[in-house]
Each structure stands twice: as C-alpha cells, then as structure tokens.
Ligand binder design. Structure first.
Ligand code: PMP
Length: 345
C-alpha cells in the first residue's frame, strides 16, 4: 500500500521522530513455520538504533531533575549506538557532548560521532574495569571534573529501562493487537528487555513469554565470558579481572528462557534476511532472530513472536556483510555462499 504523510504533520523537533517504529512480518526465512514472526525495526529511529529512545529519555530526565542544565556537558563511555543517540540529542538541545570511546572502535563510528559535533576521547579498550583508563572510569572522571558535566551512565540509569516500559512495550502490544505470545531480545545494558517485558507483564501477566537471545559464551546465560563477535549484546568477562558486575538496568527475573546463539548462526541469518526479506539488520538483530526462529519452530498458528532488531546492517558492512571477513572467521560456508557473485562482462 502506498503511504503519504498526514497533512500538517511536522515534527517540532527531530526527537519527536524517536519511537513508533514499524513492526515487520517476516515472510521467506520463516518458510515452514506456522507461527507469525515479526521484527521490531528499531533502525528506523532518527539516529539509527534502539538507543535513541534511551538517550532521549536519559537527557530529558536529567533536565527535569536539574542534573543537566543549559550550557552543560553530556558525558558517556560508549563506542556505539548510545553515543550516536546522545550526540544527536545533545546537538539538538545545545549541549556539549564528550564521548569516551575504546581505541579499537571503527573509524567510521568515530567519524559519525564527530559529525554530530561530539568530542571523542580515545582510551584503551582492553583494560580491566577498575583501571582508571577503562572507558567507564574515564567517563566518570571527565564528568566529575567538567563544570556542568553530567554522566548519562546507561548501565545504571533507570530512565533507560523505563523508556522501554513506557514506549517499546506499549507499541508492540498495540501493533500486535495484544496478540504477542513471545518477545525475543538481546541483553546489553538490559534496558530494552527489562522495560519492554515489564510492560508486557503489566498488560498480559505471564501470557507473554520473555526470551533472551544471548551470544553462546556470554555470562548472562551462564557462559564462561570468553570473547564473541556480535557487538553490543551479552556480557563478556575481561581475562585480567575477576569483576563480573552486571548492569543495574538489567533485571534477570524478567527472563523466562535463554537461547544461546553462535556468532556464525547470527551472521549467516542477517545475510539471508538482507537478501530474502530486503531487511538490512545488525548482528545483535541476527542473534535475536536466530532465537526467534528457533522458538517459533515449535509453536503453532496463532502464536506471535516479536524479535527486537536494535540497529541496521549499514554499520557493519565491513564485517558481517564482507565476504573476506566472514570467510576469515569461518562464517561463510558452501551452504550460504559468498555475498557477491561477480559477473564479468
Ligand atoms: N544491539 C545493539 C546494536 C545495541 O547497540 C544495543 C545497546 N547496547 C543492544 C543490542 C542492547 O540493548 P540494551 O542495552 O537495551 O540491552
């Protein structure tokens, strides 16, 4: 169906465009599955990810509480989507924004943060949590030492899960007409799964099953914490530290079931979904979708599975969508084939 904007529908601010993301039903990759499987397309947020919701909510709450005032500085330690969301909101609201970023972060990501006017401070990404150079420790220090500095701290900030309880959960409930039976999401800070699940519990009790999709070695689902490839989800344990602190924003009691997902399966599925559904998704969406398809395979018609797709595959063209990168990690095999088959003239 063709769609046009409603007459007079003007956003007074870019931030009015955060949320109300589409729910998209999968078609081809679900062949043989009776249940409906839907993707909550969080890449449709203006900064390109689910973290726009948390960034906007954290800034708004800090303004309301007087912790962030005119002329203030937004500070966070992040290499990823939270940084983009905060840089975008800070630009719109006229705050200075300082982001502490691990030094191995892709050049494109750093360029993106700088494009929004954020100041980027690089620090080693491989130091343990108690080291003063650690991303979060350095961000804390910069926030404390900068007059008017405010640390967003997505790992402890209650506005992070709360925004999903107020927006993501109600959207999914309304978009499925209250028919959702299974929510599938990854856990990074845990804000998305915690807040969304809390709303679904409020409206549906235990009728909606909450499934956490976790990288195979992540601590959240009982793995040993050894490194894995998919970014921004799971909990990795630094080899030089015994710290195993989980974010306050993650409430593990909301989870009914974990599905552990191997990196290769997540990567192969996002490559398939791009080609077969026309949906270009990031790796953590792949992790969620592998779990969603696995859960859905055992369900029947009338069951409705919703998987959260936190961001787009555009940020990962040189990784998951690069044949050489995939081949090096052993993710592309004869069954999936290379991404591009060159046709010579
Ligand atoms: N996937 C991606 C790509 C993300 O950026 C994040 C946020 N860290 C997540 C998943 C996890 O979301 P949450 O922090 O709400 O658990």
């Amino acid at each position: 169906m063709e769609r046009t904007a409603s007459p007079g529908a003007v956003h007074q601010s870019l931030t009015d465009g955060i949320g109300a993301t589409p729910l998209v039903r999968l078609d081809r990759v679900v062949a043989g599955i009776a249940a409906e499987v839907h993707v909550k397309a969080e890449y449709a947020n203006p900064g390109g990810s689910v973290k726009d919701r948390a960034a906007f909510a954290m800034v708004t709450a800090a303004e309301r509480d007087g912790r962030l005032r005119s002329g203030g500085t937004v500070v966070e330690g992040t290499s990823g989507n939270t940084g983009i969301g905060l840089a975008m909101v800070a630009a719109r609201r006229g705050y200075r924004c300082v982001l502490v970023v691990p030094d191995r972060t892709a050049a494109e990501k750093i360029a993106l943060l700088r494009a929004y006017g954020a100041e980027v401070v690089l620090t080693p990404g491989t130091v343990p949590q108690h080291d003063p150079r650690h991303v979060r420790r350095l961000a804390e220090r910069i926030a404390a030492e900068t007059p008017g500095g405010w640390l967003a701290d997505q790992y402890t900030n209650p506005a992070n899960p709360l925004v999903h309880q107020r927006t993501t959960g109600p959207e999914i409930w309304a978009q499925t007409g209250g028919r959702i039976t299974h929510l599938v999401a990854g856990v990074g800070t845990g804000g998305t799964i915690t807040g969304t699940a809390r709303h679904l519990r409020e409206v549906a009790g235990g009728r909606v099953r909450i499934v956490a999709a976790d990288p195979a070695t992540s601590r959240y689902s009982g793995g040993d914490g050894s490194p894995y490839t998919v970014e921004a989800v799971g909990h990795y344990l630094h080899p030089d530290t015994v710290d195993d602190e989980w974010p306050e924003t993650y409430d593990p009691t909301v989870v009914d079931e974990f599905v552990r997902v191997a990196d290769g399966d997540a990567v192969r599925l996002v490559r398939r979904v791009a080609r077969e559904e026309g949906l270009l998704l990031g790796g953590s969406a792949g992790t969620a979708l592998v779990a969603a398809l696995q859960v859905a395979a055992d369900l029947g018609a009338g069951d409705v599975v919703v998987a959260i797709a936190p961001d787009s595959g555009r940020a990962y063209l040189s990784k998951y969508f690069d044949d050489d990168w995939c081949a090096r990690l052993g993710f592309v095999d004869a069954a999936t084939g290379p991404l591009v088959r060159d046709v010579l003239p």
